[in-house]
Design a protein around this ligand. Structure first.
Ligand code: CO
Length: 132
């Protein structure tokens, strides 16, 4: 069912420093910072050609990555995002398979419908499904 790896998301408390690591140390193509108040994050995308790295910094009071950074103060891998053709069919399949879908599909940080799957069902990794 899942298709391509759309992105790997890395949470950080200092997105400027994180962007510099990817741009300067690793020599990658790095986007400008984009504040996404609706999602409680500031994002930078690293374009790797075959996929992307999404750097995330908390924005505002109720950021969804605030707790993660409390537990992982140096930052770390937050989730992986796989592409699916049909988000509603994907949700139905996940529920039929007994996986925990955290909420209904909504428009994600890239303007496409997404859902998140609980890490306990996926080898300890938070999974985002995005209708590509
Ligand atoms: Co994501």
């Amino acid at each position: 069912m899942i298709g391509r790896l759309n992105h790997v998301a890395i949470a950080t408390s200092d997105i400027k420093k994180a962007a510099a690591v990817y741009r300067d140390t690793l020599g990658a193509k790095v986007s400008e910072e984009v504040a996404q108040p609706d999602h409680g994050v500031t994002t930078v995308f690293v374009d790797l050609g075959n996929t992307k790295i999404e750097l995330l910094e908390p924005l505002g009071e109720n950021s969804p990555i605030a707790n993660f950074l409390k537990k992982n103060p140096n930052g770390g891998m937050h989730h992986v995002c796989y592409e699916v053709d049909d988000i509603h069919a994907a949700v139905a399949r996940m529920k039929a398979q007994g996986a925990t879908v955290t909420g209904e599909p909504r428009i994600g940080a890239h303007g496409k419908p997404v859902v998140f799957l609980h890490p306990k069902d996926f080898v300890g990794t938070l999974v985002e499904l995005e209708q590509a």
